[in-house]
Write a protein that binds this ligand. Sequence first.
Ligand SMILES: [Zn+2]
Length: 444
Amino acid sequence: MALVKSVRIQISRCEELDYKRMSSIFRDIRYKTCRASNEAMRLFLLNAFQSIRYKELHDIYPDIKSLTGKSLNTYIYNSMKEIMDICQTGNVAQTQQFVKNRFNTDIKDLLVNEVSYTNFKKDMPLFLHNKSYTICKDEDSGKYKVECSLFNRQYQKENNIKRVTFVLGKMDGNQKATLDKIIAGEYKQGAGHIKQDKKKKWYFTISYSFEPQIRKINTNRILGVDLGMVNTAVLQIWDIDKQKWDWLEWKECMLDGGKVYNFNQRVEGMKRSLQRSRKVSSVTSPYSKGKKGRGVQARIKALNRLNHKISNFKDTINHQYSKYIIDFALKHNCGIIQMEDLSKIKDKAEEKFLAHWTYYDLQSKIGYKAKAHGIKVVKIKPAYTSLRCSKCGHIDKENRKEQAKFKCVKCKYKLHADVNAARNIAIPEIERLIEIEKEEVNAI
Ligand SMILES: [Zn+2]
């Protein structure tokens, strides 16, 4: 299965047009794109509801083509083309595809929940068909450029302009490598879009797809990942052939949760101060009761900003951690990653649920990246993995008297509690093993 990704780079200038003119053309196309998209959405919906009505009356869906002589898609495409009267036709088709995809998700919701459908906003992107643009690299300057076909023939003639070339701005090594691979044909170039950010800068987004590399990875080497509060993740490797654990550098196998901890502390502080300000304002302004005063709106805004910040932070951190874990698995030639199935944890406290939610996101990111490299992910039941001695298999609550230390009451083996848990998690068929060992404990 091909993986689809995208890369987004700022447009620093246009070779044929000055920046101001370029912006004004973008805005013009965007305005038309927005109008055409809303019209297309309206037509898709209208057709859907009319078809449903028709079916109710005639017990059969209408045949649009025999009624109008055109297929629905052609009809909508023509309507869009009329509105997007300066745009290259491939890009109109690409925009239609975008609207159609949105309609297909909207209609499911609409029929079930009666929520409102998408209303495209003026800040939406401009779409480019994958055949409407070419990426190239200027060998002299080292700069990357995108040659685009934005306009239809009529506009090209009238304005004596054919293709336009955008010079791309600063990019990091990863982005350059990606563009090189698209140019070389290693990655398949997909549709593109141009969008303005909040600071009014224009960005070019290029989507691309590729077949994930399936390397020969050793499935007899299992990486156990223990997710925890203090150390975000602890990694241990079990080698089935050698029947022993890999010796790992402490620093390498422990992902410090310090960053997360500090951030959470700061967020808690900010939330508290926001709550305090609510108490103060409700005391000082008794007349605004029941109304949404300025103070309330400012606080809602502040809270939204904070929540946005939190989710951004979690997303970034989880990307970093999941990348680290996958790189670690590849470096150590592990074909399997084992983790606890966190959806099986039942905690009443909401706080814990939210904490787990972050881990759930981290796990899904690990899963996605593992798949791209052909690494298998196995999820195991989390029960007893922290109470079991990874050396002798003895399960006992007494093994874990302290949070950070594990000391087996049977064989006296001592080690870091999270390392012990990660070792258990790395064992093949650990769930079955624990079932047996647990019964032995109960039998005593
Ligand atoms: Zn033991």
